[in-house]
Design a protein around this ligand. Structure first.
Ligand code: GLC
Length: 522
């Protein structure tokens, strides 16, 4: 996709709708029960119909799949499970032909334990310097070098046969790289160029608040750093994350990416304060930061308003981003209460998200109103389940493959009858096929909303103006174009702001906005 001088002034991503493809779960072309690149290519028509501007593909690189691809053994090749480089090139070319840009995941914090570097390190080679190996503490070095815990549960250190320990902030199969090492940095530059030269439009950067560790790897203070598992914000006092040296890495990435006009970087940033967040999106660092404010806020107008105002303030002159769900958190239909209630609230929040200035990130399946699946224990695969001894079920419930058409067990996800996670028997009502022609479906709501967002002048401008609103409600107006978005999270109907209704998340009651409903007006 070409970039003109005009594009450079207003980058294409500034108000883009991104769609996260969890590659394992989107569409399976070869019948092995796991989604793949050809599967995505075969569904590009659907993505064009939905109206999204860009894809974020989760990792499809060579990997033993201990963390479903976030354990990368070769960052510059496609895992045979997902296809090959030729399939990737076809996907990018065809996506561009459909007017859809393609961004890919980058996993710089760690590699797979099967990466040739780590294997050589275990054999005692100089590659050890690229990881964090340390002697243990206590008699015989039997205690880990410090008290750090893994985000997936248990200690962040694993002992090797020679008696030394290596650091892994995630699973033991994901040893952390040492970012003080010049080879580590040079290799990331190679990876960036490799995919940019193949035509990608940017990168989502995994654990962008990771990489740099506090000098000397000091113990963490359990009074300040709570032991939490999974996706959550890390306080500045956490020596494992958000250390100042990480910003050098982002500056280095930016320099490479800037040689490819139009390419964008989006960091996954789990930090506690807006001030710390803002540091990642300084002009010479990331273009965008994932903002989990909406994904962690209850369905309550005051809380949502505060989350929006804070998020906008945090990026200053930069571009805010919005996310309701991703592959690490519970799907928001379920988070909002599940069933009809969850769906109604999710519909309302889709209109809030898509009315806001900035970039929206949709997670595949949210446009179908998918809830989290309640999976049987035997099916669970997320390392979090095992590493917490079953105390936490992990993230599989939000990663179940997408239902496309036809009957169970795979609803057109796969030509065969296998899917890597079982698909619930009650998902027939969620298939694309059953929603496509139904004007009241979640899919129709998303299509309509995205189309209006793209074509209506009312979405111009980035500044918001808030109206006075009854308790449990809010209304904001996009100052430039005049779009009004009203949300009612209370249990009573309230008067609609004056104007002509463009779209509503549920049936309106005359001049009233019913409970758990949002509307767009001009
Ligand atoms: C990020 C990913 C998550 C993965 C982890 C380790 O948080 O989003 O899925 O497990 O990093 O790579």
């Amino acid at each position: 996709m070409g970039t003109t001088a005009d594009d450079a002034a207003v980058p294409w991503w500034q108000d883009a709708v991104f769609y996260q493809v969890y590659v394992r779960s989107f569409a399976d072309s070869d019948g092995d029960g796991v989604g793949d690149l050809e599967g995505i290519r075969s569904r590009l028509g659907y993505l064009e119909l939905l109206g999204v501007d860009a894809l974020w593909l989760t990792p499809f690189y060579r990997s033993p799949m201990a963390d479903h691809g976030y354990d990368v053994a070769d960052p510059r090749d496609v895992d045979p499970l997902f296809g090959d480089l030729a399939a990737f090139d076809r996907l990018v070319a065809d996506a561009h032909g459909h007017g859809i840009r393609v961004t890919v995941d980058l996993v710089p914090n760690h590699t797979s334990d099967q990466h040739p570097w780590f294997q050589a390190a275990l054999r005692g080679g100089p590659e050890r310097a690229r990881y964090h190996f340390r002697p243990g503490r206590g008699p015989g070095g039997e205690q880990p070098p410090n008290n750090w815990t893994s985000v997936f549960g248990g200690p962040a250190w694993t002992r090797t046969p020679d008696g030394s320990w290596y650091l892994h902030l995630f699973a033991p199969e994901q040893p952390d790289l040492n970012w003080d090492d010049a080879d580590v940095r040079a290799d990331l530059v190679r990876t960036l160029r490799f995919w940019l030269d193949r035509g990608v439009d940017g990168f989502r950067i995994d654990v962008a608040h990771g990489m740099a560790k506090a000098p000397g790897l000091p113990d963490l203070d359990p009074a300040v750093v709570p032991v939490l598992t999974g996706a959550h914000a890390h306080p500045a006092a956490d020596p494992r994350f958000d250390n100042d040296e990480v910003h050098d890495v982002h500056r280095m990435i930016r320099q490479v990416v800037d040689r490819h006009p139009g390419a964008v970087t989006i960091g996954e940033i789990w930090v506690e304060t807006d001030e710390r967040f803002a540091r990642y999106v300084r002009p010479d660092e990331l273009h965008l930061g994932f903002n989990f404010a909406l994904a962690t806020t209850a369905f309550d107008a005051d809380s949502v308003r505060r989350a929006v105002e804070r998020s906008v303030a945090a990026v200053g002159a930069g571009t805010p981003t919005w996310t309701l769900s991703n592959h690490d958190v519970e799907r928001h239909v379920t988070r909002y209460g599940g069933g009809e209630v969850g769906l109604r609230r999710a519909r309302a929040m889709a209109l809030v998200e898509l009315a806001l200035p900035g970039v929206a990130f949709l997670y595949n399946g949210e446009e179908l109103g998918l809830p989290n699946a309640d999976l049987p224990e035997w099916a669970l695969q997320d390392p979090i389940f095992e590493r917490t001894g079953g105390a936490e079920r992990g993230r599989d419930g939000c990663r179940v493959p997408l239902p496309w058409e036809g009957p169970p067990p795979t609803y057109g996800f796969s030509p065969g009858d296998k899917s890597w996670l079982p698909m619930p028997p009650e998902w027939a009502a969620h298939t694309v096929e059953s929603q496509l022609e139904d004007p009241g479906s979640m899919l129709s709501l998303y299509r309509h909303a995205i189309e209006l967002r793209k074509t209506s002048e009312a979405f111009a401008g980035t500044e918001l103006e808030w109206y006075g609103a009854p308790p449990g409600c809010f209304a904001f107006r996009r100052k430039g174009g005049g779009l009004i978005c009203a949300l009612n999270t209370s249990d009573a109907p309230v008067p609609l702001p004056p104007g002509t209704t463009l779209l509503a998340s549920g049936p309106l009651d005359g001049e009233e906005l019913p409970p758990e409903t949002a509307a767009w007006l001009v």
